[in-house]
Design a protein around this ligand. Structure first.
Ligand code: CA
Ligand code: CA
Ligand code: CA
Ligand code: CA
Length: 340
């Protein structure tokens, strides 16, 4: 069920691939991958989030992708989607770092079982026996959840669009991708030995944004050439992030060291709430904070042209301006600061 709903949310799309390389060993110097900025529009916002913290990632694990379907990440994803393959098992994870531990990456041969690779760093495993499956098949894992984007992450001065931005990095072998709703972030189908990227999404407004991270592991089936490496890490440049136990020390573009996304920022799929009209900051109320954003977006009734992206949300009567009619509509929802 979960896999099907996630697939519907993220239909397969053809994308251009961009690649860059990282020297992926803790004992060797590291460098930041090329950073890019990707704008995530207001339409990608899924809703508001409950006041309690999130609980981390929900992960679907697809074991034993047939050899003829495992050319690369895209082949494997298409095989799973076309055949409506259900996950072999599911689990929860605080952060994305496999194998976790003192070593960032390992060779295929170091893992006898999936449990060795996942390294105890998971919880709520739907089928604990699956952890005894041998680490000798191609597999794909897909982690998902809603990312909480806050006003606190934004520039206090109202720009167009308001800057709500954060950096994410992904390092993996064999292929991985990060998606925020339909904005394809980056897909990496790296040449050996590995791939890496670091990018900065800019969100149009606070709220809940669906996020999906996929990792494809192609097992080297040739016993003569079993030098293949396995490993996957996701970094963020969010202040207060989790330390990744097995990660390289990657510098953020701002200069500090990257970490895992704080668990409380990632919510399960079932937790998203509808947004009340006028609840600009998506904290489940309509109060003075939201009203102050209406003030900043106010154009009056004669306005012609395009509203700044996030201000479109405050055009409550959808006539292309933010004026007293919108103010009146907001006042009907006004309930004071009883949100988060
Ligand atoms: Ca609000
Ligand atoms: Ca109007
Ligand atoms: Ca209006
Ligand atoms: Ca509020």
């Amino acid at each position: 069920m979960l896999a099907a709903s996630v697939r519907n949310r993220f239909p397969l799309m053809a994308v251009g691939a961009t690649m860059c390389l990282l020297v992926g060993s803790v004992s060797m110097p590291v460098r930041a991958g090329a950073a890019a900025h990707i704008f995530v529009p207001l339409s990608a916002r899924a809703g508001a989030l409950p006041c309690r913290p999130g609980t981390g990632w929900s992960v679907d694990f697809f074991y034993d992708i047939p050899n003829e379907e495992a050319g690369n990440l895209l082949d494997a994803e298409r095989y799973l989607a076309d055949n409506k393959i259900q996950p072999t098992f599911t689990f929860h994870a605080d952060y994305l770092d496999w194998p976790a531990g003192p070593q960032a990456y390992g060779f295929d041969e170091e893992f006898d079982t999936l449990g060795d690779f996942l390294n105890g760093h998971i919880s709520d495993v739907s089928d604990p026996d699956a952890l005894d499956l041998p680490f000798d098949k191609h597999f794909l894992l897909r982690a998902g959840g809603y990312l909480k984007v806050r006003l606190a992450d934004s520039d206090p001065i109202f720009n167009e669009p308001p800057r709500v931005s954060m950096d994410f990095g992904l390092a993996s072998f064999d292929g991985s991708r990060l998606r925020i709703q339909l904005s394809i972030f980056r897909i990496i189908l790296p040449p050996e030995p590995d791939g890496f990227f670091f990018e900065n999404p800019i969100f149009a407004a606070p709220g809940a944004y669906p996020m999906e991270v996929t990792y494809f592991q192609k097992y080297d089936t040739n016993p003569e050439e079993r030098w293949h490496r396995a490993g996957f890490e996701m970094y963020s440049c969010l202040p207060g992030g989790l330390e990744l136990p097995g990660a390289d020390l990657l510098p953020c573009p701002e200069g500090w060291v990257a970490s895992g996304i704080p668990t409380e920022f990632i919510y399960p799929w079932e937790d998203v709430l509808p947004i009340t009209p006028g609840d600009f900051d998506a904290d489940t109320d309509v109060d003075l904070e939201d009203w102050s954003w209406l003030q900043r977006c106010f154009t009056g009734p004669e306005f012609e042209g395009r509203l700044p992206y996030a201000c479109e949300f405050l055009d409550l009567d959808a006539d292309g301006d933010v004026d007293l009619d919108d103010d009146e509509a907001m006042m009907k929802q006004f309930g004071g600061p009883d949100g988060c």
